[in-house]
Design a protein around this ligand. Sequence first.
Ligand code: ZN
Ligand code: ZN
Ligand code: ZN
Length: 366
Amino acid sequence: MTHVDYAERMARASRAAVDAGLAGLVVTPGPDLVHLCGYQPATTERLTALVLVPGSTPRLLVPILERPDAQAALGTAATEVSGWPDGSDPYLTLAELLPPGGRFGVSDNAWAMHLLGLQRTLPDTTYSALSEALPMLRAVKDAFEVERLAAAGAAADACFEKITEVRFAGRREREIAADLHALLLENGHSQVDFTIVGSGPNGANPHHEAADRIIEDGDMVVLDFGGLMDGYGSDTTRTVHVGDPTPEERKVHSVVRDAQQAAFDAVRPGAACQDIDRVARAVITEAGYGEYFIHRTGHGIGVTTHEPPYLVEGEHLPLVPGMCFSVEPGIYLPGRFGVRIEDIVTCTETGGRRLNNSDRGLRIVA
Ligand code: ZN
Ligand code: ZN
Ligand code: ZN
């Protein structure tokens, strides 16, 4: 499949809005807009908004000077494009496209000034964040999207193979991060979102990016990297070791690997998100490291690298075929080292399918 049916995506979003009791959706530039209609303008103080009101044709309101760009980007999508001129009140124009009352879903990343302008103009309306009102809006991917994510995953896997060939000992984390950045671009990514290199004790901080620490022989090194390729995200983690690991390092790594495998094996339609987290946590807890697994097991991925669904205790949302998310348990021993193993996984009718397939063993680097 090479063609995205934006009209169908917008129609599905409108139906979901009705089901959620919403009077409509107001979508501003960002991931929701890209997903629904393929339009990705710069985000500025000038209001751009896609309005989906059930029963009406989708309407995109743009600054009049950006109308040609918007029409070109939308192509044949069944969307009417309206322009508002500089010097006019865009919120009045937007208000004319909406029912005068009711609750609307609004993009999580809509600027406060735009939402406040709309609320001032339509005082009888209320708003909910789209990720709360319609958490499933982007969570279930179609076949086209799954294949884009698989391609991004394969590119990230190729980067991992290459990075294990470079020298680690004696180089700074930042240099390895720069190598990863370059590799992602060489392998087809248009945007790099993160290149985490956590060596030795820095690996025990899951959010450590990369710093001036010089990597030494004997270090565990957490490598977590990803970005966007053809509009879809990659995000993978492997933990490598410089030289020979100790028995304890091998053990911690194999516990994380077992936890990751068990969580992957638990992926199936109908399983609750929290169940996947529980399975991973049980393996780590049984091995005695439960208190050192200090984050959720995973997050959704699509046109962004972090989005619903979240694999976390308390999330009862059932997995549905087409959902794509990370499975990334870890163990973090403060002041010593950390291990994390992360794959993007999609839920199919029969179970999980990994979109990352590089070696999950403890790779030895020089
Ligand atoms: Zn070591
Ligand atoms: Zn990651
Ligand atoms: Zn992740």
